[in-house]
Design a protein around this ligand. Structure first.
Ligand code: DCP
Ligand code: MG
Length: 362
């Protein structure tokens, strides 16, 4: 029996944090195209445009079937005129001409290559591109003074652009656990980021650490870094102290993507016997330490995806008059912080159905 295309309509709520997005995406042809345009907008520092493309892609990721006709998109949220044009182009021609010309442009290729260097953001890459720097050799010959992060990024460029596997993440997890428990017994360590969402590869490995006795965790990052350094396990590291202070009468910090936990951005030297001559590879690792009272917020904030996080904060602000960060949830109407000891409680405070990590892949 023939099913009329017109009858296929989906009920998709408009905030990504209101819906389940697993890793099996039936619409990669469209979401890849939209992601390229989002990436290009990010490289051009056009944040609003980037988010619009990311939201459109996230809606298509949440659909239970492959879209084959533009009529199926009727009633879906977050699909602006531009995104619909791209989708239509892909349906009719297999590819979007705008996406093709973007990703093959000299500018996009160069900016992507340059921002692929750890420590190089869109603004720096753009400045270099305008000076005629389009590849790593030109950068090395340019005489630019690179900071410590960028030097390490250039030195380990190849390794850091190879996906990190789940097995590698687990091997690093074992080392981190050993280090943390050695310097502060009783600590808890969890793997966050993409791996917690069930991804099988990542661009880095993210760990969140806490201790059940509030205050014991202070200064933990530098002790762990000393432990790892003494064993020759770090190729690069940069620590920052906790700079978060909670005040009585409102959020101490304006809502921001960047949290203020004690942390270490590092590059691990991971032993890999199978790599000839060298026996190791470089892997980006983030270590973040949270006081136990903020741990649920930290776990939620570090699990991602980035869009899911962004949508949670937008929902909190726009729908609930609350401010959510990786540290706390503040109710602007009641003028008080809402405590939580689990992710489930935070979703409840926000009036949202609990979405497990594996379905936060928006
Ligand atoms: N995060 C955030 N804001 C930041 C840093 C991180 O919201 N300034 C959150 C969202 C991310 C998670 O932390 O999902 C980890 O950041 P990553 O950049 O490592 O992202 P993923 O782990 O999701 O992706 P990948 O698999 O590429 O590492
Ligand atoms: Mg990650």
């Amino acid at each position: 029996q023939k099913v009329k295309e017109e009858s296929v309509e989906f009920l998709i709520p408009s905030y990504a944090c209101q819906r389940r997005t697993s890793l099996d995406n039936h619409n990669t042809n469209f979401t890849d195209a939209l992601s390229h345009l989002a990436e290009n907008a990010e490289l051009n520092n056009e944040d609003g445009r980037a988010v619009a493309f990311r939201r459109a892609a996230a809606v298509l990721k949440a659909l239970p079937v492959k879209v084959t006709s533009i009529t199926q998109l009727r009633g879906l949220p977050c699909l602006g005129e531009h995104s619909q044009r791209v989708i239509k182009d892909v349906i009719e021609n297999g590819v979007s001409s705008e996406v093709e010309s973007t990703i093959h442009s000299e500018r996009f290729k160069a900016l992507k290559l340059l921002t692929g260097i750890f420590g190089v953001g869109a603004k720096t890459a753009d400045r270099w591109f305008k000076e005629g720097i389009q590849n790593l050799t030109q950068l090395a010959n340019s005489g630019h003074d690179l900071n410590r992060a960028q030097q390490a990024g250039l030195e380990h460029y190849y390794d850091l652009n190879q996906p990190v596997t789940k097995a590698e993440a687990e091997a690093i997890g074992d080392i981190v656990k050993k280090a943390v428990l050695d310097v502060l017994p009783g600590s808890e360590i969890i793997l966050t980021g993409g791996f917690r969402r069930g991804k099988i590869t990542g661009h880095d490995v993210d760990f969140l650490i806490t201790h059940p006795d509030e205050g014991k965790e202070v200064g933990l990052v530098s002790k762990v870094v000393s432990w790892l350094t003494a064993r020759g396990l770090l190729l690069y590291q940069k620590n920052t102290r906790n700079s978060y202070l909670e005040s009585e009468d409102g959020p101490a910090q304006p809502p921001s993507n960047m949290d203020r936990f004690e942390r270490c951005f590092s590059i691990f030297k991971l032993e890999k016997k199978e790599i000839p001559n060298r026996n190791w590879r470089a892997v980006r690792v983030d270590l973040v330490v949270s006081p136990i009272s903020q741990f649920a917020f930290a776990v939620l904030g570090w699990t991602g995806s980035k869009l899911f996080e962004r949508e949670l904060r937008r929902w909190a602000g726009q729908v609930k008059s609350m401010s959510l960060s990786s540290h706390a949830l503040y109710d602007n109407k009641q003028c008080k912080y809402l405590r939580a000891t689990s992710e489930e409680e935070i979703f409840t405070h926000l009036g949202l159905e609990f979405i497990p990590p594996s379905e936060r892949n928006a």
